[in-house]
Ligand binder design. Sequence first.
Ligand SMILES: [Zn+2]
Length: 117
Amino acid sequence: MQKQGVRSKTKQLIHELFIDGKTYKEIAETIGSNASAVAARVKLYRKKDPELWPRLKKYDDPLNIEAEVYKCLDCEVLFAIEKELEFLKDVTCPFCWENRLQMISSTVFKVKNLETH
Ligand SMILES: [Zn+2]
């Protein structure tokens, strides 16, 4: 929880760049991170505030997303996060940023039509 101030400043910066239409790679270079970590953060932010993070790409095909379901040991929220990406090592709760998490299960989401509206 003590990192929250830093986190939200980073979030603001990511949001400005995102709305500017910068790619995840460009955002990552600006904040000193990597593209998959930025993509992960945007996904988490979007889950919480979908209207603030409009999708820039339109997906026509259904996607199979392999995900792991975690439970936050602090606020007890359940959330799923995409597998295979290197950011899994650095998973934090999307609501309180706690990193004491319990992995509940592994699952596959079939996602059709990932449009905002
Ligand atoms: Zn939490």
